[in-house]
Write a protein that binds this ligand. Structure first.
Ligand SMILES: Nc1ncnc2c1ncn2[C@@H]1O[C@H](COP(=O)(O)OP(=O)(O)OP(=O)(O)O)[C@@H](O)[C@H]1O
Ligand SMILES: [Mg+2]
Length: 259
């Protein structure tokens, strides 16, 4: 078996090798030249970026810049429709997949509304994620890392606070063996002290080696957490660099982030 065959054994064999922009062919996650549409409405206009394994990338930009659309295109959600471009995660060609296949390949999108299932307890929400597979963390491991969820295991999940629901949304992704965690506005509607608690969880998730893309209106908080940042404007990438470069660049912050 050649090194190349060994590398792809048991995974989806790529139809073509990744071309790649900046990161070379070996980026862990790579979105390359994504073009996505809602009907005829052209929204994601040639977005490219890489994420290295274990890194946190902040995907930022004004309201309507295309952040949610980009995350949805990557997760292969039905809308927006990806018409051009390639998405590679750990050598798997996500752009050739349906959303359920992308999820099985390790892409977990936690949308803004968190999609907690009403009428189910915290534990049942987690079990449902495990049934969907691929099997990730055990309940015991989740409860070790999220003691708050252990306390509330038997509670109807939608009656939990916003912060607790966000914890459950992240835990549910871990229950499914996540390789790339896509978080859309995880701090939205949360008090600062709860934001800090979620931040600690995300630092912990990073220490476990999980790769994350975080979209946040609270750009300062996201930049303090992130290693790198990509800024979108009108569906295009206008900046790709380190989080610190954005924090240090007042013009960039004023022009695209209003901070
Ligand atoms: N289902 C849809 N049908 C048509 N256009 C849409 C749809 N969803 C979003 N759009 C449009 O796509 C553009 C990008 O929206 P998107 O939600 O991706 O922005 P965003 O950067 O996430 O903004 P926000 O910070 O407000 O969440 C906007 O102009 C929006 O009106
Ligand atoms: Mg959005």
């Amino acid at each position: 078996m050649t090194l190349f065959e060994d590398q792809f054994a048991g995974r989806h064999a790529p139809s073509v090798p990744p071309k790649r922009s900046q990161g070379g062919a070996h980026a862990y996650f790579s979105a390359w030249n994504l073009h996505a549409y809602y009907g005829e409405s052209y929204i994601v206009q040639g977005v490219s970026f890489d994420v290295r394994e274990g890194e946190i990338l902040a995907l930022l930009g004004r309201n309507g810049a295309g952040k949610t659309s980009t995350l949805r295109a990557i997760a292969r959600a039905g809308d927006p429709q990806l018409r051009r471009g390639e998405i590679w995660l750990d050598h798997a060609p996500i752009h050739e997949m349906e959303s359920y296949q992308a999820a099985r390949s390790g892409i977990q999108l936690v949308p803004e509304d968190r999609r907690i299932i009403p009428g189910l307890t915290v534990e049942e929400n987690l079990q449902l994620a495990q049934i969907a597979g691929p099997h990730g963390w055990s309940l015991d491991r989740i409860y070790d890392h999220f003691p708050r969820l252990a306390e509330r295991a038997k509670q109807d999940a939608v009656t939990m606070s916003g912060g607790e629901q966000q914890m459950l949304a992240v835990a549910r992704a871990l229950a499914r063996d996540v390789k790339l965690l896509l978080l859309d506005e995880p701090y939205e509607g949360l008090a600062p002290v709860i934001v800090q608690e979620i931040e600690r969880i995300l630092v912990n998730v990073k220490e476990l080696g999980i790769t994350t893309v975080i979209v946040e209106q609270n750009a300062v908080a996201a930049l303090h957490l992130a290693d790198r940042a990509v800024i979108l404007d009108m569906g295009e990438v206008v900046f790709d660099g380190t989080a610190q470069e954005v924090l240090d660049n007042e013009e960039l912050r004023q022009n695209y982030l209003a901070i």
